[in-house]
Design a binder for this molecule. Sequence first.
Ligand code: MRU
Length: 347
Amino acid sequence: MSTLRPLLWTGRHLRVLDQTLLPHEVRWLDLGTVEEVWEAIRSMRVRGAPAIGIAAAFGLYLGLRDEDAQSFWARMEELIRYLGTARPTAVNLFWALERMRRRAEALRDRPVEEIQEALLAEALAIQAEDEAQNRRIGEHGLRLLRPHMRLLTHCNTGALATSAYGTALAPILLARERGWPLHVWACETRPYLQGSRLTAFELKEAGVSFAIIPDSAAAYLMQQHRVDAVIVGADRVTSRGDVANKIGTYGLAVLARAHGIPFYVAVPSSSIDFSLERGEDIPIEERPAEELTHFRGIPIAPEGSPVYNPAFDVTPARLVTAFITEEGILRPPFPKALSALRSKLGR
Ligand code: MRU
């Protein structure tokens, strides 16, 4: 499978692949401060739910590594709050920060240097676990695929959105590795173009047969019986199985249901928010107007046009055929399946 890893710990910096410049420019940035990590998440140099969580964990460490014992605890709370403002929807951000907080709390009586070392180790563990989980998502997801399938996907859920391998792209990349002929319809994913810029980049590198389609072509392709399954990722899944994911996902789920096509959601457990039941309660990020009114700095709308630019939508659980997690495939009823998963994970 792809060896692309968009986040690397150098020993001093978090090295990230700047995804705002892909596919035409491959530029790595060395982030050495918590402010730089916050900016990289906010401006989507690092994006995709699992990658955001990993970056935030390293960001917290970077912000605390030079702190002395006196200021450490207050500064930690301040930075957890600060990093949490970078992007609101992907729960991985909050999950990773909470995990870092718990690690520090467990060592409260220890010297601050020891806590700082433990926080770096925890960030590295979050990253390594994500990679292992994505491999398992790939293996479980493969059981839902067959050679010659035509899969439709949205946004970017590949290695770029994670530590490695990706979530919804993981089974596809594994199928490719096994030599299965598959075809992927990659929705371009307006307005940020994660599909045409990033998913196409990854599928091309991996040698997977694919075509970029305008988001608006999905219904037409389904009507023509040219889609066998839809497979997407998630930024947050609630305890009853509602799914926040890139804007446009809900529309695809409605279309899939109307055409009798399975709709799969690949999700590591770090993207499941067991504390929320209702999808309506998930905070949905609104992105800047310029993402719609301009393209790479060039105006494409009348100056001053009002804009509404939600970055995510919520798909109700009833439209999901199955979740692909690192622990296996979850089938309805999802509240029960997710509650069993929660017990297994000890969360
Ligand atoms: O705004 P983005 O590019 O961060 O949104 C990413 C998505 O919506 C992905 O589908 C989701 O994070 C899952 S990635 C494994």
